[in-house]
Design a protein around this ligand. Structure first.
Ligand code: LLP
Length: 418
């Protein structure tokens, strides 16, 4: 399990993040509450930039905004010098609103709408990541109409099987993403016939929550061969590096990851290397605070600890059987007394946040904290059961500020018509 780097237990035996007591945060802002530690987020950004600059100077890091996309978060990340991978008009709109440099925006998506293509061209984004022939034709037509040039990278389907959950594997042969390797020659030839589309480089993404550098090295070798073959100037390895949700998950250090990739490329190409990490930038910076409401004992079976959030603010356990760790933020250091199950408040039996966890004696009103919730929690949150989505606060130096307001009932009906 990875706690934010500023985590400590204070004199009241409460968990403290960024100098803020979690029980006080819960009291001030209510729960469920997403808490993002500024120091961890900045440290993760700097670690990526510094590690890759040291290993392979001609490199750029673009944050995969799908992992966590709000104006405040994007501003902070842009300020650290990262670019952005966006995969929709909404993410593009958000990062532009945050002041991101359009030239450092990589526009993904396997079915971009005509409107999204136009928005990207008008904003002057750096690269369209082209996934298929239909998109190529749309880009040529719209860029021609607007008298602009679309600089593109081809998303290649590398046929690499990374060991991760099937739903978050993206680079294997049977995939909806990318141009299959055996169609690449024809694809490159087609681009050469276009007037408003210019090929800059090649991209691949092999999956997510990958804990081993080997599949990335394999991917780098493949993209290197293709870069030399098609004489392109940039190669983008996508994202995918995992984080430690639980002690058995041990991701490689970013510096080792960078050195392993650089070892493949150095001396063979001068092409620019681009990485698009999402989870490994924001994942460990986030925790979620819940209030325990109900403690239900099923004799001879188990105890359920029921909190005021669940699958709508963190859909990863129900979607991917993802494992989370939990603790009582107001009872740190107390001895565990039982193995319990942490369940959510939503109307679905599968709404379980943590299947089995040892905790000290739990009472109603306790603050239950889940860790590593910075990535793909808020970004995949829903209003299931018409429950308003939580607020998010950024903490640092003993101060907290709201970077995402808690939704109100009025927000839920804003777009409803009679
Ligand atoms: N680049 C591309 C083209 C991607 O598709 C993704 C993630 C990334 C970069 C960032 O990958 P990361 O570094 O975050 O692993 N909802 C799932 C994860 C889906 C990832 C989709 N693509 C989850 O909660 O595990």
């Amino acid at each position: 399990m990875s706690l934010p780097i500023t985590a400590k237990t204070n004199k009241n035996s409460h968990l403290e993040i960024g100098g803020c007591d979690v029980a006080e945060l819960a009291k001030k802002y209510g729960t469920p509450l997403y808490v993002i530690d500024e120091a961890t987020l900045r440290e993760n950004c700097r670690n990526y930039i510094d590690s890759f600059k040291a290993a392979y100077p001609n490199s750029e890091i673009a944050f995969a905004s799908k992992a966590l996309c709000t104006v405040g978060i994007s501003k902070l990340i842009a300020g650290e010098g990262l670019g952005f991978d966006v995969s929709s008009g909404g993410e593009l709109f958000t990062v532009l609103k945050a002041g991101a440099d359009p030239k450092k925006i990589y526009f993904h998506g396997n079915n971009k709408t005509l409107q999204e293509i136009e928005e990207g061209l008008k904003a002057g984004i750096g690269r369209f990541m082209v996934d298929n022939v239909e998109e190529l034709a749309n880009l040529e037509a719209i860029a021609g109409k607007l008298k602009k040039t679309a600089n593109i990278m081809i998303r290649v389907n590398p046929g690499i099987d990374a060991h991760t959950h099937e739903f978050i594997q993206t680079g294997k042969t049977d995939s909806k993403f990318g141009v299959p390797l055996d169609q690449l020659d024809a694809f490159v030839q087609k681009i050469k016939t276009l007037k408003s589309v210019k090929l800059k480089g090649l991209h691949a993404h092999i999956g997510s929550q990958i804990l081993d550098v080997k599949p990335f090295v394999e991917e780098a070798k493949l993209l290197l061969d293709l870069t030399l073959k098609y004489q392109t100037e940039e190669l983008n390895l996508g994202g995918g590096l995992g984080i430690s949700y639980s002690p058995d998950q041990k991701p490689p250090a970013v510096a080792d990851f960078a050195r392993a990739i650089a070892a493949v490329l150095k001396g063979k190409t001068k092409a620019k290397l681009i990485l698009e990490p999402g989870r490994s930038i924001v994942g460990t910076a986030g925790i979620t605070l819940y209030t325990v409401g109900v403690i239900k004992e099923i004799p001879g079976i188990r105890q359920y600890i029921i909190v005021d959030g669940g699958m709508a603010d963190n859909p990863r356990p129900i979607l991917y059987d993802a494992k989370y760790e939990a603790m009582l933020g107001n009872k740190m250091g107390r001895a565990d007394t039982a193995t319990v199950r942490v369940a959510g408040r939503f109307c679905e039996s599968g709404d379980i946040l943590v299947k089995e966890i040892k905790l000290p004696k739990v009472e109603a009103g306790d603050i239950l904290v889940t860790t590593c919730t910075g990535a793909y929690n808020y970004s995949m949150a829903s209003n299931y059961n018409r429950v308003p989505r939580p607020a998010m606060v950024l903490v640092g130096g003993g101060k907290s500020s709201v970077i995402l307001k808690r939704e109100k009932y009025e927000d839920l009906v804003r777009n409803d018509a009679d």
